[in-house]
Design a protein. Structure first.
Lengths: 118, 117
């Protein structure tokens, strides 16, 4: 099956610093990637939809200036958490869509990035 | 209103027994897909099974089957012959619509399954 990687797998940073998380589709081109956030013992919540070559679409309540998304190529999307604070500590997971049809399971998840802000 | 509802926060099952994890959904869109994912403690999301809204038969994948009752808007996951390695968090998810940008998944709150020897 298609493989999606994320880097780093975990990161610890000081409050106020910025952290960049990469999401790559390794063996396919992904026009659309999705970023989710999962707080401890909670479900995954969609943060934003990242489209190659255009601006990301953010979900209500997600600050676009704080969570910068760049989808510069068909295989790479990056999420930058700017001026991170302890409340941004979470598990960030990306997923990539393989095809254009809806009637199948063509969405693949990365292994996730655990962010801890001290 | 919740789009995906999983009413069982936790479930126990004996090894080799079958277990059903409940999932109900809410959508007015005639075109949608239902997914089940397994999330072990490592955090990765492991795809288990998929059911499309127009699929006539219930989906099956090895020991996993999906009991799809469209009129009741339920999509329960059945795991047969449970194994210790099945212990994990299980999420039901839905994807609605055909339009661009609506292919993200909406997840339920999850069910933690513990398989006992």
């Amino acid at each position: 099956g298609a493989v999606v990687s994320q880097h780093p797998s975990w990161v610890i940073c000081k409050s106020g610093t910025s952290v960049k998380i990469e999401c790559r589709s390794l063996d396919f081109q992904a026009t659309t990637m999705f970023w989710y956030r999962q707080f401890p013992k909670q479900s995954l919540m969609l943060m934003a939809t990242s489209n190659e070559g255009s601006k990301a679409t953010y979900e209500q309540g997600v600050e676009k200036d704080k969570f910068l998304i760049n989808h510069a190529s068909l295989t790479l999307s990056t999420l930058t958490v700017t001026s991170a604070h302890p409340e941004d500590s979470s598990f960030y997971i990306c997923s990539a869509e393989l095809g254009l049809t809806v009637y199948n399971n063509e969405q693949f998840f990365g292994p996730g990035t655990r962010l801890t802000v001290l | 209103a919740q789009k995906i509802t999983q009413t069982q926060p936790g479930m126990f099952v004996q090894e080799k027994e079958a277990v059903t994890l409940d999932c109900t959904y809410d959508t007015s869109d005639p075109s949608y897909g239902l997914f089940w994912y397994k999330q072990p403690s490592s955090g990765e999301m492991i795809f288990l099974i998929y059911q499309g809204s127009y699929d006539q038969q219930n989906a099956t994948e090895g020991r996993y089957s999906l009991n799809f009752q469209k009129a009741r808007k339920s999509a329960n996951l059945v795991i047969s012959a449970s194994q210790l390695g099945d212990s994990a968090m299980y999420f039901c998810a839905m994807r609605e619509g055909l339009e661009e940008g609506r292919r993200a998944l909406t997840f339920g709150s999850g069910t933690r399954l513990q398989v006992q020897p």
